[in-house]
Design a protein around this ligand. Structure first.
Ligand code: PBG
Ligand code: ZN
Length: 331
C-alpha cells in the first residue's frame, strides 16, 4: 500500500458548481462571427441543400435576419456576396452597387453597432471560379499572383467605402495583407482592421460553401494557392508573414481537423488575436449526423467550439453562431 492518500481529481468534478468554478475554458457569444450569404436578384431566401437550415439571403429579407441576430445577441457577422453577373476579372466585386456593398449599407442602417466584416476574394465573382485573375504559364493554368494583388486593392477600397468595419482577404495570395494595408492606409482607411485568412488549407470541407456561394473552380483546383494539409511548419511561416505585413487578426481554416495548427500559432504568436473558421463541411457533417439522431447536435457543437477555445482560438466563425447564442442563454 502507498503511504500517500489517493489523489482525488474527482473531488472537483462532484457538482455542477465545482465544475463551473474550475472550468479552464469558456465560450462567449461575443467571440462568435456568423457568416451570411447575400444573393443578388432573389426576393426570398433560398435554402442551401448541402447546408440544412442555411439560406442564401436576399436584400429584402435582411431586415428580419438582422433583427433575429440582434435579438440573439450576435455581435459580429461576415458577408459573402453571390452576384448576378460574373466575368474573367470578378469586376462585380468592386461595384458601388454590388450586392455586398448594398448589403453593408442596409445592415448599417438597420443596426449600426453590428460589426460587419466583408470577405475579400474573387471566387464568387469570376466566371472561372478562381480566387483571382488567372493565366496560363509554364506549369499550366493558374492564378496570377501579382495581377490579383492589384484587383484585391480595388475590392478592399470598395468594401471599406461601403462601410465594412473589417476586411477579410481569403484568397491566399502572397503579399495580399501588406498590399491591402498599404492601399487602405493611403486612401484614408488606416482604421480598418484586416482579418487575414492566414492559414487556409486546400480542403474538401469547403464543398457546401461552394454550393452556397456558387463559386467552384470550373477548371483545376485551389492547390497552387491554398495550403497542403500535410504541412504544419509552413503554417507558422504563413502566420509570421501576415503579422509582418500588418494583419490585425489571423485565421486558421478549417477548424476541427487543425487544432494542432491553432495551438502552434497561439504558442508562437500569442499576442495577436487568432480566429478559426468552422467551415461549411464541418457544419454539414454535424447536421447530417444529428438529423439521423446519431449524435446530439447541441452537445457536439459546444464540444467542438470549446475545443477550438482550448487549443487557442480567441474568435470562432461558425454557421452555428445563432444556435450557440441561444444555447448559451439556456445554460
Ligand atoms: C473562398 C472561400 C472559401 C471559404 C471561405 N472563403 C472556399 C474556398 O476556398 O473554396 C470556405 C468557407 C466554408 O467552407 O465554410 N475564398
Ligand atoms: Zn476565393
Amino acid at each position: 500500500m502507498s503511504t500517500f492518500p489517493t489523489t482525488r481529481l474527482r473531488r472537483l468534478r462532484q457538482t455542477s458548481s465545482l465544475r463551473q468554478l474550475t472550468k479552464e475554458t469558456r465560450l462567449h457569444k461575443e467571440q462568435l462571427i456568423l457568416p451570411l450569404f447575400i444573393k443578388e436578384g432573389i426576393d426570398e431566401p433560398v435554402p442551401v441543400p448541402s447546408m440544412p437550415g442555411y439560406h442564401q439571403l436576399s436584400l429584402s429579407c435582411l431586415k428580419k435576419e438582422i433583427n433575429d441576430i440582434k435579438d440573439l445577441g450576435i455581435k459580429n457577422i461576415i458577408l459573402f456576396g453571390v452576384p448576378d453577373s460574373k466575368d474573367e476579372w470578378g469586376s462585380s466585386s468592386s461595384r458601388e452597387d454590388g450586392i455586398v456593398q448594398k448589403a453593408i449599407h442596409e445592415i448599417k442602417s438597420l443596426h449600426p453597432d453590428l460589426l460587419v466584416m466583408a470577405d475579400l476574394c474573387f471566387c464568387q465573382y469570376t466566371d472561372h471560379g478562381h480566387c483571382g485573375i488567372t493565366h496560363q504559364h509554364k506549369n499550366g493554368y493558374d492564378v496570377d499572383n501579382d495581377a490579383t494583388l492589384e484587383i484585391l486593392n480595388k475590392q478592399a477600397i470598395s468594401l471599406a467605402t461601403a462601410g465594412a468595419d473589417v476586411v477579410a482577404p481569403s484568397g491566399m495570395i502572397d503579399g495580399m495583407v501588406g498590399y491591402i494595408r498599404q492601399t487602405l492606409d493611403s486612401v484614408g482607411f488606416k482604421h480598418i482592421p484586416i482579418m487575414s485568412y492566414a492559414v487556409k488549407y486546400a480542403s474538401a470541407l469547403y464543398g457546401p460553401f461552394r454550393q452556397a456561394t456558387e463559386g467552384s473552380p470550373l477548371l483545376g483546383d485551389r492547390r497552387t494557392y491554398q495550403m497542403d494539409f500535410s504541412n504544419g511548419h509552413e503554417a507558422l511561416r504563413e502566420a509570421a508573414l501576415d503579422i509582418q505585413e500588418g494583419a490585425d487578426i489571423l485565421m486558421v481554416k478549417p477548424g476541427h481537423t487543425y487544432l494542432d495548427i491553432i495551438y502552434r500559432i497561439k504558442q508562437t504568436s500569442p499576442y495577436i488575436p487568432l480566429a478559426v473558421y468552422h467551415t461549411s463541411g464541418e457544419y454539414s457533417m454535424i447536421k447530417a449526423a444529428a438529423e439521423r439522431q446519431w449524435i446530439d447536435e447541441k452537445q457536439t457543437v459546444l464540444e467542438v467550439m470549446t475545443a477550438f477555445r482550448r487549443a487557442g482560438a480567441d474568435i470562432i466563425l461558425t454557421y452555428y453562431a445563432k444556435d450557440i447564442a441561444s444555447w448559451l442563454e439556456e445554460s
